[in-house]
Write a protein that binds this ligand. Structure first.
Ligand code: SF4
Ligand code: SF4
Length: 129
């Protein structure tokens, strides 16, 4: 298992209508992060604050600048420390990572998913609390 290389596949796949949050998180955004809260509508994520339409991509996903044209796309999250619960918990299952083609996976992880899951659980321990 290698570190996240910020390929952005997970954010691109789940970053719009498929993201879940919780009431406490929404209340905290409403109080302290109006820039995030403006994209919440009826406790769901993410909606255009002007039109009220559901967005097709997370508004906080940022493509990093490249040093050269050969470099792979690399993404950051502009609300990393205040990101939704779903984002903090990803990745949680090896099966999900395989399905999403997550680039943290190495061939040995796919060969031994039980061991890979144990490694992942240790890696993610801080994010899941
Ligand atoms: S909030 Fe951040 S981590 Fe979550 S989908 Fe958007 S860019 Fe990705
Ligand atoms: S898909 Fe995996 S490697 Fe790519 S950004 Fe998400 S967690 Fe990182």
């Amino acid at each position: 298992m290698q570190n996240c290389n910020q390929c952005g596949k997970c954010c691109t796949k789940y970053g719009a209508a498929d993201l879940a949050t919780n009431q406490q998180e929404i209340e905290l955004w409403a109080l302290f992060n109006p820039d995030i809260f403006q994209y919440v509508k009826n406790d769901a994520l993410w909606f255009d604050p002007k039109t009220g339409e559901q967005l097709t991509q997370c508004p906080f996903l940022v493509l990093s600048s490249k040093k050269n044209s050969q470099e792979k796309n690399k993404y950051t999250c502009s609300i990393y420390h205040d990101r939704p619960q779903d984002c903090r918990h990803y990745p949680s299952l090896i099966s999900e990572m395989i399905n999403d083609d997550c680039e943290m996976l190495e061939p040995i992880d796919v060969q031994n998913t039980f061991k890979a899951q144990q490694t992942l659980n240790i890696l993610m321990i801080d994010s899941r609390t």
